[in-house]
Design a binder for this molecule. Structure first.
Ligand SMILES: Nc1ncnc2c1ncn2[C@@H]1O[C@H](COP(=O)(O)OP(=O)(O)OP(=O)(O)O)[C@@H](O)[C@H]1O
Length: 672
């Protein structure tokens, strides 16, 4: 869909300034194209500064690739490469001669000899303080990063490439898909990662603003014997693609998918960890995808290669496009649906363009609308007032909730697998809620709680996902953070909120994610339905963990008790034997005992019972008591009934041909 309402040749100028109303001399009225607007307000789309822009570019490209592969039910294979381009290399690329500085004082990072002296003295003082503190065992503060001198520093350039095995794009659509802001294929009512028709264009706008270089797209669809190649940039004022090269190339390897390449200014140093976190979290929520992430630079020690291997072939079902729920439409939307419908009369329109309106219910609604409505009336002839009446009734009438069938949650199995694969926790519990509704939109909340694991800090580590996208920014106000911090009493579940390493994973999917703020980065805390679904999903996980933790604690207590008893056996045996030896020492003393006691004393005297046998018997007894206690606990807590789950892990290297035989308790792999 195209917000400009244009579908003609992309190269042809159609809208924007050229079509602005004629201005009189006094008029101050101006128009802006959507591309211009977003270029001027790029923070809205997550392009706040070079570092964040690098992060958002990666994110937009990866998410487009995932959407694309999943739309054809293909297990995603995605390669993302960030290549650092030095300034001189960049200058060569654009044909600019690298010039040495002549007038040093002209530069923003120029530092006078006096200022340099002052800075170095300050740095030396700081180092001294740090050394003193270190000697006193005090916690060291990160030294304020000394950039040498003031200044904005050198710009860094990066070539970002993302290659996938997805659906690809039709040859003719590519220029508009990448060169016209607010055009995309994901505007319908459907759960998708992308929605606005903006992300890829923003990467291009940023490249245009920072390097002036075009974007390159290579793509092929299944069965196409050619690769569509397109190099283009965007005419920001007119919001139309400016195509440099658009041609068909040979597709020898029968490849399908897309490869997008863009050269932008960025900052790897400040956003490295965010980008790697993003990739890692994406691997958690998408364990059926294979990601290869590479950072390449001239300095080999900066290079990074991370392969996030596919660990399951189980892919969530493709989300389905659904119709609007009557309680979630506004006047404008009803008018648009009327304009677009293929249905003739009001009855058919209500029945077919909305969910949860059956024929009988549509008839009752029309009856209720009043005497100037009838089932057979032509829907396109409805007056504005009549449409308002329909809208009012939609807001007041009762409708069944939409079902969650159109949604595609990650799935409890995938979430658990993702958590285990990336964090290797000591314990994990997951829960998938049933579909619920807010403002006429279905949503599903899934959660996972883990304890322990690698690269997890003490306290709460929150991982948020919306429509299977990791959300990394603006965490504080998010519904998940607030719920985990304020509404869960972790003590109740024997979890120590400060000391334990707690992973909180919450994934929300919906046909509409109610993002707050400008950056599509957090979900507000004010939608009660979502807030309570998040709370209950976390609690369900905590309950599962609690029984595991209690069992573990009891196990530990038992082991401690056994260890303590065992530790005292030698002393206790020796002490008792001393007494017994004393009793059996003299014939005259032995005479005093009768029955069992006499027998015992006799055995001591004849050395039939020694300290060693006594010690052995005691050890055996402790063992038996321990066993009986374990058995008693198992019967009480029904440990044997604990649900078991099969988890099938794929081999890290899938190059070997093999066949897996799954049994309830093991997987047998036959290498062919
Ligand atoms: N890797 C890809 N494979 C196939 N189609 C793609 C790919 N990348 C982009 N597209 C197409 O280009 C369109 C525009 O992409 P863009 O990133 O601008 O917007 P979007 O993904 O629709 O929404 P959002 O701005 O919310 O990300 C997409 O709707 C999709 O049809």
């Amino acid at each position: 869909m195209d917000f400009n309402g244009s579908s003609g040749s992309p190269e042809e100028p159609k809208k924007g300034r050229s079509k602005a109303p004629k201005k009189t001399k006094e008029s101050v009225l101006k128009q802006k194209s959507p591309a211009e607007f977003f270029a001027e307000n790029k923070n809205i789309a997550g392009f706040d500064n070079p570092g964040k822009s690098l992060y958002t570019t990666v994110r937009e490209l990866v998410e487009n690739s995932l959407d694309s592969a999943e739309s054809i039910s293909e297990l995603p294979v995605i390669e993302i490469t960030i290549e650092e381009i030095s300034k001189s290399k960049f200058n060569t690329m654009i044909g600019l001669i690298d010039r040495e500085r002549v007038d040093e004082e002209l530069y923003d990072d120029f530092e006078s000899a006096k200022a340099r002296e002052k800075r170095l003295a300050k740095e030396a003082r700081n180092q001294e303080i740090q050394a003193k503190n270190a000697a006193l065992g005090k916690k060291l503060k990160e030294p304020a990063s000394s950039k040498g001198a003031k200044g904005r520093g050198e710009a860094s350039f990066f070539r970002v490439t993302c290659k996938d095995n997805g659906r690809g794009m039709p040859y003719d659509d590519i220029p508009n898909m990448f060169g016209r802001v607010l055009s995309g294929t994901k505007y319908g009512l459907k759960q998708t990662r992308g929605k606005f028709g903006l992300g890829a264009k923003m990467a291009l706008i940023w490249s245009k603003m920072s390097t002036g270089l075009p974007i390159e797209i290579a793509s092929s669809m299944k069965g196409q014997n050619y690769i569509s190649f397109c190099r283009l940039d965007i005419d920001i004022h007119r919001n139309i693609p400016h195509v440099h090269l658009h041609e068909k190339r040979e597709n020898k390897s029968e490849w399908h998918g897309a490869e997008i390449q863009v050269i932008i200014e960025g900052n790897w140093t400040t956003y490295r960890s965010k980008i790697l976190h993003y990739m890692r979290q994406m691997a958690v929520i998408t364990p059926y995808a294979q990601f290869l992430f590479k950072f390449i630079s001239d300095m080999a020690d900066k290079n990074v290669t991370i392969r996030f291997a596919r660990r399951t072939d189980v892919m969530p079902p493709v989300p389905l496009e659904t119709k609007h729920h009557p309680s979630a439409v506004d006047l404008l939307l009803i008018k648009r649906l009327i304009a677009e419908t293929s249905k003739q009369n009001l009855l058919q329109f209500l029945q077919h363009e909305f969910v949860k309106i059956g024929k009988a219910y549509a008839e009752r609604l029309i009856e209720e609308m009043g005497p100037d409505f009838s089932p057979k009336m032509t829907v396109k002839n409805l007056s504005s007032q009549q449409i308002v009446r329909i809208h009012q009734l939609f807001r007041q009438a009762k409708f069944d909730d939409p079902s969650g069938d159109c949604l595609s949650p990650a799935g409890e199995y995938n979430l658990r697998l993702g958590i285990i694969k990336e964090l290797q926790p000591d314990m994990v519990a997951t829960y998938a809620g049933s579909p619920q509704v807010f403002e006429g939109h279905p949503f599903i909340v899934e959660a996972g709680i883990s304890l322990g694991g690698k690269d997890v800090k003490q306290g709460l580590n929150i991982f948020r996902f919306a429509n299977r996208i990791p959300l990394l920014f603006e965490q504080g106000a998010d519904v998940v953070t607030r719920t985990a911090l304020k509404r869960i009493n972790w003590n109740n579940y024997k979890i120590n909120q400060v000391q334990d390493k707690i992973g909180v994973f919450v994934s929300i999917v919906s046909t509409k994610i109610p993002f707050k703020g400008t950056g599509k980065e957090y979900i507000g805390d004010d939608i009660t339905e979502i807030a309570s679904a998040v709370k209950s999903a976390i609690q369900q996980c905590c309950n599962q963990l609690k029984s595991k933790i209690v069992k573990k604690l009891q196990d530990r207590e038992r082991q401690d008790r056994k260890r303590n008893l065992t530790r005292y056996i030698p002393d206790a045996s020796r002490a008792v034997m001393d007494v017994l030896n004393e009793m059996a020492g003299h014939e005259s003393k032995r005479q005093r005992y009768r029955g069992e006691d006499a027998e015992l004393v006799r055995k001591i005297a004849s050395q039939d019972l020694t300290e060693v046998t006594f010690r052995e018997n005691l050890a055996q007894y402790v063992e038996q008591v321990d066993y009986e206690m374990a058995l008693e606990y198992a019967t009480q807590s029904g440990v044997n009934d604990e649900p078991r789950e099969d988890i099938y892990l794929n081999a890290l290297e899938s190059s070997e041909k093999s066949m897996d035989f799954h049994s309830p308790v093991f997987v047998f792999r036959l290498i062919l």
